[in-house]
Ligand binder design. Structure first.
Ligand code: APR
Length: 263
């Protein structure tokens, strides 16, 4: 039986189906990936954006962060067919959670467009989107914790207001997990319990080299889940996958979606 048909059947009969996604699912939307051909980390050094540097040298951190934000999120970008296929699987009750390493907010946009209403009014009929690494569309004050939209703050920083500060006098920081920082414990616990509970686990567009995402597929597989990996390049979890598709997410996910019978 064709691999994808097998995966679709497993999704149809699953109690719990979970997806973890990485930069590769947003690449077709024009958001650059971090590794692989022409990855962001070939042009920037991760260390420039570490938590330690933010504390030691907030001005230099912000000067570099403005360049990175422009590199990652330059111009308009929108969800692509892969984001929408996952959102449709969620809307139809076939996907119970999306754990994303991406900070671009595109899964939320896709959920809104598929549900055609703001997800905060959805009443829960779309899968929870767990932003493992936060969301780059927000900044938060490192002192008082206030969260606001990132764009005007990045505009201020680009105009030389370095580092941008909150009304309380604290320094703003991107509302993302910085290198050298732990993810919130509750987020890691939730991701791990979803992986353990899943009957089907999909790893989509990720090199699966950064924890905690890197361990989730193996955790799911060792708990008995059917593991499907969609990624252009090999990953360290390929050895425990039931289905591997080394193809473009915008080809595979709509095909997978179409094979899963709508209820
Ligand atoms: N279809 C399928 N796979 C793709 C596509 C595509 N259209 N485009 C790229 N890929 C694959 C690449 O082959 C690569 O293996 O997506 C993967 C993206 O891997 P990374 O760039 O390493 O991104 P990710 O796995 O999300 O990185 C995890 O690392 O730097 C940190 O915080 C950053 O969240 C990020 C984390």
């Amino acid at each position: 039986m064709d691999d994808l048909v097998r995966l679709a059947d497993a999704i149809e009969t699953a109690e719990t189906a979970v997806a973890v996604t990485g930069a590769g699912i947003s690449a077709p939307s024009g958001v650059p990936t971090f590794r692989g051909d022409d990855g962001v980390w070939d042009r920037f050094d991760e260390g420039q954006f570490s938590y330690g540097r933010f504390r030691r040298d907030p001005e230099g951190f912000w000067a570099d962060r403005v360049d990175l934000q422009r590199e990652l999120f330059d111009g308009e970008y929108a969800p692509n067919a892969a984001h929408e296929a996952l959102a449709e699987l969620g809307r139809d009750g076939h996907l119970d959670a999306i754990l994303t390493q991406n900070t671009d907010g595109l899964h939320g946009d896709a959920a809104e467009s598929v549900l055609d209403r703001p997800t905060d009014e959805s009443g829960g009929d779309e899968p929870p989107i767990v932003e493992l690494h936060g969301n780059a569309r927000r900044v938060r004050c490192a002192d008082c914790g206030k969260r606001i939209a990132a764009e005007p703050i990045f505009d201020r920083a680009a105009d030389g207001n370095l580092p941008p500060t909150c009304d309380c006098g604290g320094t703003y920081r991107p509302d993302v997990v910085l290198f050298g920082e732990q993810l919130p414990g509750a987020v890691i616990q939730r991701a791990r319990s979803l992986a353990r509970e899943s009957d089907v686990f999909l790893a989509i567009g990720s090199s699966l080299v950064v924890e905690p995402a890197a361990s989730l597929p193996r955790l799911a597989a060792s708990s008995g889940a059917t593991l499907g990996i969609v990624n252009l390049e090999p990953t360290p979890c390929d050895g425990v996958a039931d289905v591997i598709r080394r193809d473009d997410v915008v080809e595979v996910l709509p095909e997978l979606r179409s094979l899963v019978e709508a209820p």
